[in-house]
Design a protein around this ligand. Structure first.
Ligand SMILES: Cc1ncc(COP(=O)(O)O)c(C=O)c1O
Length: 433
């Protein structure tokens, strides 16, 4: 939903809800004001300055590691605190009765379904990508010798379930090597086609991979593998909140994500999507009693956290999901243009826009050690970037490659001045080596 429609429906919704508006009134009001202010500002830099005002972090911090953890906007943090106080004023009532917080949690699944472009009966609220991926992997009916095809650029959180199945159930993990940087969608599709065998049951890929930020061409992969009856299982940790995701258009069968990264939700918030037609084949034990936020198979959880998770989706809708994506890209391009000019750095992220994610860019160093540079950046300059160590290794799989790289994530709370400062500091550090 885009900004204006959202602000109207927010106002209409507030009138009808007895409990939640009271507890989240301040957050809703702040989001409404944000929406009104953004609507009134025609100048893009002024609009983004207005958005940046919504964050709490210390003024001199330059946080370029949203790919690991995002910063939650102030209205959401405050709402979370209010909700926690309310919960503890009457714990049983709020945890188990419809007139308490419990009555609000299914609404978060409605918001999540709209955010991902899917239906509510396909979405579950989780803690993170790792939990979602573990549920998918162990919820499949696979036989010893069945193959799962993946890459050497996956994250451990997406891989651990497959490693568990390989160790305990005889599943075979087949990896292919992602070329850093990949040159075209066709190159990736060819690599996949070359590694499919009659035993391939699952293709498992990150939507946006964690090392270089490359975007996997999921729609094209789906067109290749679905007719063969192969499930397309995705790790979406790095996408929702950065990319305006439409899972139906991507054609994936399952998608697990971490909302505490790009969606900027409170830490420990995630989503799991399982396509209706794939639900018979993928049966996580936590969803045995259904996809509701509370069920006998998922047990008791912290509703304040889940409600605040929903509010962060409202935050993105207030700004506009496509505007957020465009701003991540604008900042990333700005940074790339400057880092491309520095000696000793080689970009590992594809240059083609359809293969490069809006918010992540990674550079390999041909001098110095990434870990030491990262430490100097944060200890001495309060600049936080991620050391991108290298490829993921499995027993009997492809050899480890150490990229000795730095990963930069740009989000709406960053600005051009922060990026100038980062480049200036990095240039000096590299010169001094
Ligand atoms: C691609 C990918 N998958 C999974 C994870 C694990 O995320 P979480 O710890 O939120 O489960 C990460 C974290 O950086 C990631 O980049």
């Amino acid at each position: 939903m885009e900004r204006r429609t959202f602000v109207k429906s927010l106002a209409a919704g507030l009138a009808g809800l007895p409990l939640l508006p009271r507890l989240t009134a301040a957050a809703n009001e702040q989001l409404q004001t944000l929406g009104t202010d953004l609507g009134a500002l025609s100048d893009a830099p002024a609009r983004w300055r207005r958005v940046r005002n919504e964050f709490n972090y210390t003024p001199d911090l330059i946080h370029l590691n949203c790919g690991t953890i995002g910063a939650t906007p102030r209205p959401i943090v405050e709402a979370l605190c209010n909700l926690l106080h309310e919960l503890e004023s009457s714990p049983y009532h709020h945890t188990f009765e419809g007139t308490g917080l419990y009555g609000q949690i299914e609404g978060v699944r409605d918001k999540a379904a709209a955010f991902l472009g899917v239906t509510k009966d396909e979405v579950a609220l989780t803690t993170n990508t790792t939990e979602g991926m573990n549920g998918v992997a162990t919820g499949l009916k696979l036989q010893p010798g069945d193959e799962i095809l993946t890459t050497n650029h996956e994250h451990g959180g997406g891989m651990v379930g497959w490693q568990y199945l390989a160790k305990h159930r005889g599943l075979k993990i087949v990896q292919f090597k992602i070329p850093p940087p990949a040159q075209s969608k066709e190159q990736i599709l060819q690599l996949i086609a070359d590694h499919l065998t009659p035993r391939t049951r699952v293709c498992f890929f990150s939507h946006v991979e964690t090392i270089t930020g490359m975007v996997m061409p999921l729609a094209e992969i789906s067109a290749l593998v679905r007719p063969k009856g192969i499930l397309l299982v995705c790790d979406g940790a790095q996408a929702p909140g950065m990319i305006d995701v439409d899972l139906k258009a991507l054609g994936v069968d399952t998608y697990a994500s971490s909302s505490h990264k790009w969606m900027l939700a409170p830490k420990g918030s995630g989503l799991l999507y399982i396509r209706k037609e794939a639900q018979e084949r993928v049966q996580p034990v936590t969803l045995h009693s259904g996809y509701s936020a509370y069920s006998g198979s998922v047990g008791t959880r912290g509703w304040p956290q889940l409600i605040a998770h929903g509010l962060t989706m409202d935050f993105h809708n207030t700004i506009g999901r496509s505007q957020v994506q465009a701003r991540c890209r604008e900042l990333n391009n700005y940074l790339r243009q400057r880092l491309d000019r520095l000696p000793h750095l080689r970009c590992l992220t594809p240059t083609l826009p359809e293969l490069s994610s809006p918010g992540i860019v990674t550079y390999a160093l041909d001098k110095g050690k990434n870990g030491e540079i990262v430490t100097q950046l944060h200890d001495e300059h309060n600049i936080w970037v991620k050391p991108a160590a290298g490829t993921f290794t499995i027993e009997g799989g492809l050899p480890h490659e150490d990229y000795n790289a730095l990963r930069f994530s740009t989000h709406i709370y960053n600005d051009e001045a922060q990026l100038d400062r980062t480049v200036e500091v990095l240039e000096k550090l590299l010169k001094a080596l």
